[in-house]
Design a protein around this ligand. Structure first.
Ligand SMILES: *Cc1c(COP(=O)(O)O)cnc(C)c1O
Length: 414
């Protein structure tokens, strides 16, 4: 039956005998039961901090089931679970082709909770560079205080990555893909193979790709992390994060979340699920605009260099073409000019807002030298790979033609 097929998450990775569904059908129906409470079409927002028991007998039966049974049939307290949160977790698991997912209060909360839940003193992490600044800061400063060391290796150097692994000590291999701001793409198969060889857990921060463009679990990666603040919610109006993976591992993370406390409130979970339903429609539009923008900029005399994995000039184009179905909505580029000329170009743009973040319906633009790295000198920034004339353009869902025209007039003004 068509209805059954739409709700069957096992078909999500295309491994079942049933035809794999398209990403937009998955975004709308994936992981979502046909029947919901009150026969509502949408997921009800269960706005409660706690859950009640009819009487002591009811409480004791619940405790017995919880202690000895398999699977809870109800929630106990808001930090341990919420039906609206659980609904969006099931949808995000289905989209990434994972068994389960756990939702957190922000993307950073997802990253830090995952690492804190698994690591012990004496543990070791290998991480690729060109990585989200706060993830790197958490590993290199916070975790180091607890006796956990992190080795940072150059993105794309798999010999260096393997050499950095300390057998029996390295618990995690962490990479983003694509990365920020250079859109470097990790070879997921190679990272997964190194994880298996050395019994280290592999983590891919797939925020920039979304499950529409890339599904790392299908390449053998253990955990996928997203800042759901970005494309998944898609409207620049909430913060959330998610980790997707094998059911037993996600259950352990959910138990740890009950201790660490990084829960999302039900209202935000509802907004996230609402946003996810249009994920594929938005991302396909963003992919298409970004490719057009990248090609336009690469051909423009006032642009020195463009970083976009969809361009053959990008160092990881072949890897991206092999493992992604779209190249994403972020384009980074270097303006032919200094810090001030680049800022003038940005100030002449009429469509994008100047703001950090990405992945929403509104285009956002930033000059990393002045946004994320303002307090550093030009030399310090260069050492981190951030040039003064670098621009990160996170494309929204405005019409492609309008975005191109806007870039054209602003470049003419530089
Ligand atoms: C934004 C972002 C994060 C952090 O997510 P928050 O929701 O802002 O906490 C982590 N990784 C990447 C790649 C991001 O873009």
């Amino acid at each position: 039956m068509v209805q059954e097929r739409l709700n069957d998450t096992t078909a999500a990775n295309g491994s079942s005998h049933r035809p794999a569904r398209g990403s937009s059908t998955r975004a709308v129906h994936g992981g979502t039961p046909r029947r919901k409470a009150f026969s509502a079409l949408t997921t009800p927002i269960v706005q409660t901090a706690t859950y009640t028991f009819r009487d002591t007998q009811d409480l004791m039966e619940y405790m017995e089931r919880k202690t000895w049974g398999d699977g809870d049939d109800r929630e106990e307290y808001g930090r341990y679970g919420n039906p609206t949160v659980a609904a969006v977790e099931r949808k995000l698991a289905a989209l990434d082709g994972g068994e389960d997912a756990v939702l957190y209060a922000s993307g950073m909360n997802a990253v830090t909770s995952l690492l804190l839940s698994v690591l012990s003193a004496g543990g070791h992490i290998v991480m690729t560079d060109d990585c989200y600044r706060r993830t790197r800061q958490f590993c290199l400063t916070f975790l180091q205080r607890f006796g956990i060391e992190t080795s940072v290796v150059p993105m794309g150097d798999y010999a260096a990555l393997e050499a950095a692994i300390i057998p029996k000590k390295t618990r995690f291999i962490i990479s983003e893909s694509p990365t920020n701001p250079y859109l470097r793409v990790a070879n997921l198969e190679r990272i997964a193979a190194l994880g298996k060889k050395y019994r280290a857990l592999t983590v891919i921060d797939s925020t920039f790709a979304t499950p529409v463009n890339q599904r790392p679990l299908e390449w053998g990666i253990d955990f996928v992390v997203h800042s759901a603040t970005k494309y998944l919610s898609g409207h620049n109006d909430l913060l959330a994060g998610v980790v997707v993976g094998r059911a037993d591992r996600i259950k352990a993370l959910r138990d740890a979340r009950g201790v660490l406390g990084g829960v999302v409130d039900p209202q935000n979970a509802y907004l996230l699920e609402r946003g996810v339903k249009t994920l594929a429609v938005r991302v396909k539009q963003q992919n298409q605009s970004a490719l057009a923008v990248a090609r336009f900029l690469e051909a423009h005399p006032r642009i020195e260099r463009v970083w976009y994995p969809g361009l053959p000039s990008h160092p990881d184009h072949d890897t991206a073409a092999a493992q992604m179905s779209g190249f994403g909505g972020v384009v980074s580029f270097e303006v032919a000019g200094d810090l001030q000329a680049t800022a003038r170009f940005i100030d002449h743009l009429r469509i994008p807002y100047i703001a950090p973040s990405l992945g929403g319906v509104e285009s956002l633009i930033e000059q990393p030298a002045l946004m994320s790295y303002y307090e550093k000198t030009s030399e310090e920034r260069l050492a981190l790979g951030i040039k003064d004339n670098l621009v990160r353009f996170a494309i929204g869902i405005e019409d492609t033609e309008d975005i191109l025209n806007d870039l054209d007039q602003a470049l003419a003004a530089v």
